[in-house]
Design a binder for this molecule. Sequence first.
Ligand code: GDP
Ligand code: MG
Length: 162
Amino acid sequence: PQPVVAVVGRPNVGKSTLVNRILGRREAVVQDTPGVTRDRIAYDATWRGRRFTLVDTGGWEPNASGLQGSVAAQAELAMSAADVVLLVVDATVGATATEEAVAKVLRRSKRPVLLAANKVDDERLLAETASLWSLGLGEPRPVSALHGRSSGDLLDAMVDAL
Ligand code: GDP
Ligand code: MG
């Protein structure tokens, strides 16, 4: 079976847009309304001859068990099914308590984690990208899923981690 990359993050950070960018086609549903959750959907993807399965996730809403419990559970679920976890953060917002909670779970795992700072549409947001080093997940990689900026660099790092 081919390796699985799980794309995780809060609603509206641009996960589905990034999935479409990676696929080179529009298959993942992009929502302009934050908080629309969907089931996890898997797609076949290829980069530089490496095939992998890309899983677009939803369901990061706070639930009855509380915000921390919910995001931790989602992170655990994504990790359990994935060879590599791609955590997407909205660089225009920065790291929230949600991402800090998720990062804590991801740091404890042995799974490789890639940290994408999305919505870096121009270099003015590079400083925001650098602030994501605080999550302790290694190098934050700036990308604009919408415009494609630096998505090739992110994909290179992803297939290196497979
Ligand atoms: P998801 O909920 O994490 O899957 O986020 P979506 O992919 O549905 O995107 C949420 C919103 O963010 C949409 O309006 C996208 O067009 C927008 N968006 C996604 N990526 C970017 C980006 O790189 N730059 C900007 N400016 N907007 C983006
Ligand atoms: Mg989505």
